[in-house]
Design a binder for this molecule. Structure first.
Ligand code: ADP
Length: 959
């Protein structure tokens, strides 16, 4: 390359570089144009230059700027250029525009398409070239340069100019886009900013000024963190640090100070440009939203606090009222057990009745208040619906029978055995409806029906109905009665009593269960209250049938004068695959019994209603006993209410069992099985022997209130137990360390160490040992959650005050299962030597299975003598342990052997095995582990092996 060429190359590079610099330092083409013209004009040695731009409409091209070097004056040409506009293709600008390419004119004065030629000639301009400003193929404008001499075309130069033209084109486009963004930036209602990672704002839009009151310059002059609320500064710095590292919070919030000293909440969205050290951010003023949210939050807090206060108030009222009521009712119960003159007794009964109804009223009021406060929450659990209905009606049966009403229930066979729902609330509704039905009915019957409306995977829709034959409700009052404190007739209040709360509560509960409580009634025609409720599906159907194979196909005569009762009993028996025959009275029954006996197929079982008009149950039972052909017929008696002497009469007549209506299905089944097991109807009913009194339990009563102590002690002593009283948890712990108790009754609220703490301490001590003393909480609080708290603390059950004797007894029976062996008697026999006793037990455990096998073999071989012998031996062995139930069962087998009536043997053997199983378990548990042997009670397990078996693993599980 020669020096001239080198100089050329340097010149061109220089031109390109200088153009770029001029562009970089300008904000618009107008600003850049003079510099570019000057730079290029000087480098290329020209005498005149101009920049032309295409107008926005794209119709013409016009001059934006002209240039000439210092010392050169071309006023006419410059003026002509400035004034001219050309169409596409016209003149040098028009030609470049049209072709999009650079153009070279050697001498403009002799060019045919150069309108300014005359002026150029006058001012001595000849050579010219022009190039377009292009962007993506379209021409935005052009640059032209002129010189006085005539020039040869220089293609390299034109190449360079083309490059510069597109460089300028890009600049123009960028500036246009920037212009648009800039407008948006200025217009945005959100606060936009670009900040450096050095902590200073670089660019801010005008909203900042409007929002904070500081000018943009002020904001940019100090580190931005200085405007941030002092409490938010470290979080802001942290956020900036994270953003710089490329990981910011999705939505960051902080407060900015305004010029007036107040603060505003900003919510930020930021995109970091890490390499440039820049943060692009949008801040939104969320001060208003924050304020509203805060107000809402505070309002909710206040409402919740008010609700909590209401709840606490209810709990306290409940506690305060129940404590004295406990004393009133408990003391009245105790007093009734003392010798009293009849008038005193009468007054006392009235006192107790009133106290109980007052308590009922208080419960209703509290319950209603609680429901109104929106606290009706259902506690879901699996339960046996038939058991629930049966149990509920049994308690109500007493009242019904006192009025001479039949109380009947029918749970349709399709209703699933186990459902998931709130059993306590359902019971409450049934109690209320049935209670009303009894209250408002003078004669006739009250019928409770449950039917399945539909079953699906999710559960069952059940329809409940309670019908009565009472006074009914006039149509116009039917809506009213579901309202709180409303009764059908104000004047009936005095006659029937009540608060009018019952139905209001019941209908809300039904509502919570997804149903609607409704009534059909007419004055004088009885009422029918009904509702539907949805329940979850319980576990698989109870295996009720398994125990009842023995009764399948069994013919039963049902004798009852009440048609509803008859129908329901018949249906129930049929459900168990028995074959019931229904008789409406004593005479009809007798006729049927005799006819069947005459045909040689006597009824094996009769279900007899005790109270019937002409020939009552007892008379009928007596006739049955007297007929020779009916000797093997077993009789089960159902009575509406036990009258004095009934029991004795029933035993005398060899009635197998004596059931009080309304009878629960499970009870009925159990009694039927029992009656069929009994060796013969002539043997006295087993029911009585099971009623022998229970053991004396040592019960620790931890209770600080003296009156409550006396109530608990009175009830326990009356039930034959031995209570020991302590006043607080500390004393309870000391007593438990000193001696063994069968059960603890624990008041929840006590000074020093409360019931929960004490229970935790007891359970802690028991840890790692097989011990588990059952603890029953006594609590005056009956709010939801109490039961859970008690159980969570390690208690086994809880009783609400006022303490009811029946509930106490029931809980104790559940928690302290009867022992089938009399350990104390046993220990006595071996002279108090525990080791010897354990040895005896071991021998028995090894030997007993052999004896049972002998018995089974004897039965299988039809060998009566062998049966007698083996049963006798086994009887001797179990009698050592005072296991009365097993002794009795063995004795029965022995007698069967003596009578050689071997067909009765399998049932008796089954019983014996159940008894032996219980004995074996008990022996292993007490004697072999060294646990204190208990005084025995005849095993309930003997009568109800299934239940006894269930109770123990449950107790063990809790350890
Ligand atoms: P209470 O029975 O305490 O008055 P309820 O809300 O249970 O309150 O009942 C409201 C009213 O509805 C009763 O006072 C009575 O007038 C009417 N009522 C409810 N059940 C029956 C019924 N089975 N037969 C007739 N009237 C009834």
């Amino acid at each position: 390359m020669g020096t001239a060429e080198q100089a050329d190359a340097i010149r061109r590079l220089h031109a390109q570089f200088e153009t770029a610099r001029a562009l970089a330092e300008s904000v618009s083409l107008a600003e850049a144009a003079p510099r570019i013209l000057k730079v290029l004009g000087e480098i290329l040695g020209c005498d005149h230059g101009a920049v032309w731009t295409v107008d926005p409409a794209g119709a013409t091209i016009g001059c934006l700027e002209t240039w000439h070097p210092p010392g050169v004056s071309l006023p006419a040409f410059a003026a002509a250029s400035r004034q001219a506009t050309f169409a596409r293709g016209v003149g040098l600008p028009g030609r470049v525009w049209q072709s999009g390419r650079p153009a070279w004119i050697e001498d403009v004065t002799r060019d045919g398409n150069f309108p300014r030629a005359a002026v150029a000639a006058r001012e001595g301009l000849h050579g010219a070239f022009g190039f377009p400003i292009v962007l993506g193929g379209s021409v935005l404008g052009m640059l032209e340069f002129f010189s006085r001499e005539i020039r040869e075309p220089d293609h390299d130069l034109l190449e360079l100019l083309a490059t510069i033209g597109s460089q300028i084109g890009q600049f123009v486009e960028r500036k246009r886009a920037e212009g648009e963004l800039g407008t948006l930036f200025q217009m945005s209602p959100d606060m936009l900013c670009i900040a450096g990672t050095d902590g200073y704002f670089r660019r801010l839009n005008p909203v900042w000024e409007e929002t904070l009151g500081y000018s943009l310059e002020e904001l940019k002059s100090r580190p931005f963190v200085e405007f941030v609320h002092p409490e938010d500064r470290s979080a802001t710095a942290e956020e900036v640090k994270n953003l710089t590292a490329g990981e910011g919070t999705l939505l960051f919030e902080n407060r900015y100070r305004c010029r007036d000293g107040s603060y505003r909440w900003f919510a930020w969205k930021t995109a970091p440009l890490v390499e440039q050290g820049l943060l692009y951010a949008v801040a939104r003023d969320v001060t208003e939203q924050k304020r509203v949210a805060q107000e809402l939050h505070e309002a909710r807090e206040t409402a919740e606090a008010a609700n909590r206060a209401k709840g606490d108030f209810l709990a306290n009222v409940s506690h305060e009222i129940r404590t004295p009521m406990n004393a009133v009712i408990g003391m009245a119960e105790l007093l009734l057990d003392t010798p009293l003159r009849s008038v005193q007794r009468e007054y006392l009964i009235a006192l107790k009745d009133s106290a109980e109804s007052l308590l009922g009223l208080i419960n209703d009021l509290l319950d209603f208040a609680r429901i109104e406060a929106g606290k009706l929450e259902l506690t879901l659990a699996t339960f046996d619906l038939r058991e629930l209905v049966g149990d509920t009606l049994r308690t109500l049966g007493v009242r019904a029978h006192q009025k001479g009403l039949e109380l009947v229930s029918r749970v349709a066979p399709e209703v699933p055995a186990l459902v998931v729902g709130d059993a306590a609330r359902l019971r409450q509704v049934i109690v209320n409806l049935v209670g009303n039905a009894i209250k408002f009915t003078a004669t006739g019957e009250v019928l409770v029906e449950v039917e399945a409306k539909g079953r699906d995977g999710g559960g069952a829709l059940l329809a409940f109905a309670v019908s009565d034959t009472g006074i009914g409700i006039p149509l116009e009052k039917q809506r009213l009665i579901f309202e709180a404190f409303a009764q059908a007739d104000g004047s009936t209040t005095r006659e029937y009593g009540g608060t009018g709360l019952g139905l209001a509560i019941a209908s809300r509960i039904v509502g919570a269960m997804g149903g609607r409580l409704e009534v059909e009634s007419a004055a004088g025609r009885g009422s029918r209250f009904h509702f539907e409720a949805r329940f979850g599906a319980g576990a698989a159907h109870l295996a009720r049938e398994s125990s009842s194979t023995r009764i399948r196909g069994l013919r039963v005569l049902v004798v009852d004068d009440n048609a509803t009762n008859r129908r329901i009993l018949g249906e129930t028996l049929a459900l168990w695959r028995m074959r019931p025959t229904l008789a409406g009275g004593g005479r009809e029954a007798l006729a049927r019994l005799e006819r069947a006996a005459a045909r040689g197929r006597p009824f094996p079982l009769v279900l007899l209603d005790a109270n019937m008009p002409d020939l009552d149950g007892f008379a009928l039972a007596e006739r049955i006993r007297r007929r020779r052909g009916l000797a093997r017929t077993r009789v089960l008696m159902l009575t509406s209410g036990p009258r004095p002497g009934d029991e004795r009469r029933a035993i005398a007549l060899g009635v197998s069992s004596h059931l009080i209506k309304p009878v629960k299905q499970s009870d009925l089944l159990e009694r039927i099985l029992e009656a069929l097991q009994a060796p013969s109807a002539r043997t006295p009913a087993r029911a009585t022997s099971a009623r022998r009194t229970g053991r004396r339990l040592r019960v620790l009563v931890a209770e600080d209130n003296v009156v409550n102590q006396r109530v608990a002690v009175g009830m326990l002593e009356r039930a034959g137990h031995r209570p020991v009283v302590v006043e607080n948890g500390r004393q309870a712990l000391a007593a438990l360390a000193r001696e063994t108790f069968d059960l603890v009754l624990m008041d929840v609220q006590m000074p020093e160490l409360d019931g929960f703490e004490t229970t935790l301490a007891i359970r802690e001590r028991e840890r790692g040992t097989p011990r588990h003393v059952p603890i029953v909480a006594l609590t005056a609080h009956v709010m939801k959650g109490d039961a859970e708290r008690c159980l969570a603390a390690g208690m086994d059950a809880y009783l609400a005050k006022p303490l009811q004797a029946a509930e106490l007894v029931a809980v104790m029976a559940r928690l302290v299962p009867d022992s089938v062996i009399d350990g104390a008697r046993l220990l006595e026999r071996v002279g108090g030597d525990r080791r010897a006793l354990a040895e005896v037990a071991r021998i028995f455990l090894a030997d007993a299975p052999r004896r049972t096998r002998e018995i089974r073999r004897a039965i299988a071989n039809g060998d009566a003598r062998a049966l007698r012998g083996a049963a006798h031996t086994l009887k001797g062995a179990v009698s050592n342990f005072g296991a009365d139930g097993a002794v009795e069962a063995a004795f029965e087998l022995q007698k069967i052997g003596e009578r050689a009536e071997l067909e009765e043997a399998p049932a008796a053997l089954e019983r014996l095995e159940a008894e032996l199983k219980a004995v074996r378990r008990e022996l292993r548990r007490t004697l072999l582990t060294g646990e204190q042997p208990k005084r025995a009670r005849r095993a309930k397990g003997a009568r109800k092996p299934a239940r006894a078996r269930k109770a123990r693993p449950a107790a063990r599980k809790r350890r």
